[in-house]
Design a protein around this ligand. Structure first.
Ligand code: GLU
Length: 482
């Protein structure tokens, strides 16, 4: 494909807040579209609001996108570095009579707007558009403050949205919006259009809440003699209560998801389900397969609902599918964990991950498992013990005798362990569970765990015998002490 035909899209967050679920979904769809079209995905940090933007927040956005794998093809574009161009463009519009100076103070406009308690107009009444050249000169001479307003032309503005299809508005419904504030600083509408032109943006993919801005921006592109990009607006994501996603629904920073034990592939897969459902909802997709399947025509304009249960399901699935080495790498990012286990044989750590992961829902669920399975001594927990049936008065003898039988086996295999346990239960005329449950507790200090045979094999004979003895002692002290 010729480079001048390639699609260039941008994800344009303002670093006045965290990168949230909504923003990350917008970034993902921009990314998928760009890659599908063999185009370019660029991150544009819209940091012109000096008071509310912080460089920490910009960095957090960059880190969040990187964690999701949504890397910008060029280095990030910082809007604040291009203010001169924004202002230049506004002045060009003024020269061409497509914008005008407005000297009205808010009070003056308000006084005209509401007369005798009756609202006379809703949008700016174009009072300053009627000023004569002399009046303007006079006010400039007096250094009267002014803003620069865009003169909305007559007619109708429409565009073909890839999701919403044809969208239009009568220009009478659009305010002569401000391009430059009285301190000379550019407004959002101006900066966006100026940057989209400078960056040769061909397609804009963003939230539904921008549709009213799109009309204004299209008029600006046209006034500047430029072809507007193609626009697509994604429906806003709702919480389970059908209200706009907020902190209450987990509208937290993307990096919080990382901290809370989510895998990026689970989050990316789940984000792709928000409004788009050509794929199997129970599968984990990597970015490459999402790119292959991506298609705007499969995106719905209805608001999707953010559902934690679905995300959690996918996260547990992603944990089951991930390379154990990669899981270990993530666990090693925790310095306390690293210090504790970096000298343990790597094969042992990896096979422990394999052993316990079917039950893991979040990455940090692994951490206590390492203590359970690798520590020399298991500290039993009385509150946990209440979940185990300890009514059998012979429990201690049962366990101790079982230990002796284990001692005699030369090699632990699933087969001989199963045979041993079955025969042992039969000889004692008890159900297998009556010995397996206490044994599980003796070995893991819990009532839920992977298969008992796998645990025994993983721990090895010495540890198994040690734990059986340790648990028998604990029972003597805490349960059968009288
Ligand atoms: N900076 C805007 C925002 O964070 C997005 C602008 C755009 O995508 O055009 O909502």
């Amino acid at each position: 494909m010729m480079s001048n035909q390639n699609k260039i899209v941008r994800f344009a967050p303002s670093p006045t807040g965290h990168l949230h679920i909504g923003g990350a979904r917008t970034a993902l769809f921009n990314y998928l579209f760009a890659k599908k079209e063999d185009g370019k995905f660029v991150l544009r940090i819209e940091d012109t609001d000096r008071e509310r933007s912080t460089s920490e927040m910009s960095q957090e956005i960059i880190d969040g996108l990187e964690w999701l794998g949504l890397n910008s093809d060029d280095s990030p574009w910082f809007q604040s570095k291009h203010i001169d161009t924004h202002v230049e463009i506004a002045n060009k519009l003024l020269e061409e009579n497509k914008a005008y100076r407005c000297f009205c103070s808010q009070e003056e406009t308000e006084a005209r707007r509401v007369k005798d308690g009756k609202v006379q107009f809703f949008m700016y009444d174009r009072y300053c558009l009627k000023l004569t050249r002399e009046e303007i000169e006079e006010r400039l001479k007096n250094n009267d403050p002014f803003v620069l307003r865009f003169k909305i032309p007559e007619g109708e503005t429409k565009f073909k949205d890839r999701i919403h299809k044809e969208v239009k508005i009568n220009n009478r419904e659009i305010d002569d919006f401000v391009l430059l504030r009285s301190d000379g600083s550019p407004t959002y509408q101006l900066s966006v259009v100026s940057d989209d032109i400078s960056m040769n943006i061909t397609d804009v993919v963003r939230g539904d809440d921008h549709i009213s801005n799109t009309f204004k921006q299209i008029l600006l592109f046209l006034a500047l003699g430029k072809k507007p990009p193609r626009f697509s607006h994604l429906p806003l994501i709702m919480g389970a209560d059908k209200k706009k996603l907020s902190k209450r629904h987990g509208e937290t920073s993307i990096l919080e998801f990382k901290k809370n034990g989510y895998l990026p592939e689970a989050l990316v897969t789940y984000l792709s389900h928000l409004s788009w459902s050509p794929n199997d909802h129970k599968k984990i997709y990597d970015l490459d397969s999402l790119i292959k399947d991506f298609n705007f025509s499969a995106i719905s304009k209805n608001s999707p609902i953010f559902d934690y249960d679905k995300l959690n399901f996918l996260n547990a699935k992603a944990i089951k599918e991930k390379d154990p080495g990669k899981i270990l790498e993530i666990l090693f990012e925790d310095s306390e964990f690293r210090t504790k286990y970096e000298s343990t044989e790597i094969e042992r750590l990896l096979s422990l991950i394999e052993l316990v992961r079917p039950r893991m829902k979040k990455v940090h669920d692994f951490i206590p498992q390492f203590d359970i399975y690798l520590s020399d001594e298991l500290i039993y927990d009385e509150s946990e013990l209440s979940k185990l049936n300890t009514e059998n008065k012979n429990l201690i003898d049962l366990l101790e005798e079982l230990g002796k039988r284990f001692e005699k086996i030369t090699e632990f295999t699933e087969e001989n362990l199963e045979k041993l346990l079955r025969e042992y239960a039969e000889s004692k005329e008890i159900k297998a569970g009556e010995i397996i449950h206490p044994l599980r507790f003796a070995l893991t200090n819990t009532t839920v765990s992977p298969s008992i045979f796998e645990i025994i094999i993983f721990l090895g004979k010495d540890k198994v015998l040690l734990r059986i003895r340790g648990f028998a002692d604990f029972l003597k002290k805490h349960v059968f002490s009288d």
